[in-house]
Design a protein around this ligand. Structure first.
Ligand code: SF4
Length: 215
């Protein structure tokens, strides 16, 4: 069996202006090469080119980003994790676009902190959620080299893996999107950590719980 160890954490988090529920799902993938199945470079490049202002303007984004094959050659195992929250937690925000943005910013920051912690613990390499946000404006826009190449990480999609299919098939999670000014029932962010050593899934669960508690 290629994936057998799962994480499911249901909790709530008190933020400055609201309390949100959080569901964390995770799966340990014993053979990271299964991720090759989700490699969809052409489709992802086309979608980014057609729909994202960051295309070609950030070192972390297509077509400048790193192909997942470079990483899958180096790492044998992976953990896929997602954080989801109900949009009911944001119903007080009248502007629906701002509501989804607020929810996603919280989840993205939280999953980034968590994935970087797991990366350190596993001596691995994290694929995060969304484009790199380490600098106020990416140096790429001024034709300069990346300012923090050691800390910069790509997103799963920017390494040309179809995150939607991965979530559905490996975690049973359907990713929902804000469309036509309509809020989805819930929103999610996803990260993956690639590594080589045996890891204790209980330890990973504990890291996630600690990061949510301390956020
Ligand atoms: S670290 Fe800065 S320069 Fe490098 S990709 Fe991220 S935002 Fe761009």
């Amino acid at each position: 069996m290629l994936q057998d160890k799962r994480i499911y954490i249901q909790t709530s988090k008190v933020l400055k202006n609201r309390t949100i529920d959080i569901i964390c799902r995770g799966v340990l993938i014993k053979n990271a090469s299964v991720l090759n199945k989700y490699y969809k470079k052409e489709t992802i490049i086309k979608a980014c080119k057609d729909g994202c202002p960051n295309f070609g303007k950030k070192w972390s984004c297509p077509p400048l980003s790193k192909d997942c094959h470079e990483l899958l050659d180096k790492y044998s195992k992976a953990i896929l994790i997602s954080l989801s929250t109900s949009m009911n937690n944001y119903m007080d925000i009248k502007n629906k676009y701002i509501a989804i943005k607020a929810a996603n910013i919280t989840l993205k920051n939280l999953i980034e902190k968590t994935a970087r912690k797991i990366e350190t613990k596993t001596k691995g390499y994290a694929l995060l959620s969304g484009s790199c946000r380490l600098c106020k404006s990416c140096a790429c826009k001024n034709g300069q080299q990346c300012k923090h190449p050691d800390q910069m990480r790509y997103s799963i999609e920017a390494s040309y893996l179809n995150v939607q299919e991965m979530c559905e098939e490996l975690m049973g999670l359907e990713l929902l999107w804000y469309k036509k000014k309509r809020l989805p029932e819930y929103t999610s962010t996803v990260a993956a950590i690639l590594f080589n050593y045996a890891v204790d899934i209980e330890l990973i669960s504990q890291i996630i719980e600690d990061e949510i508690r301390n956020y």
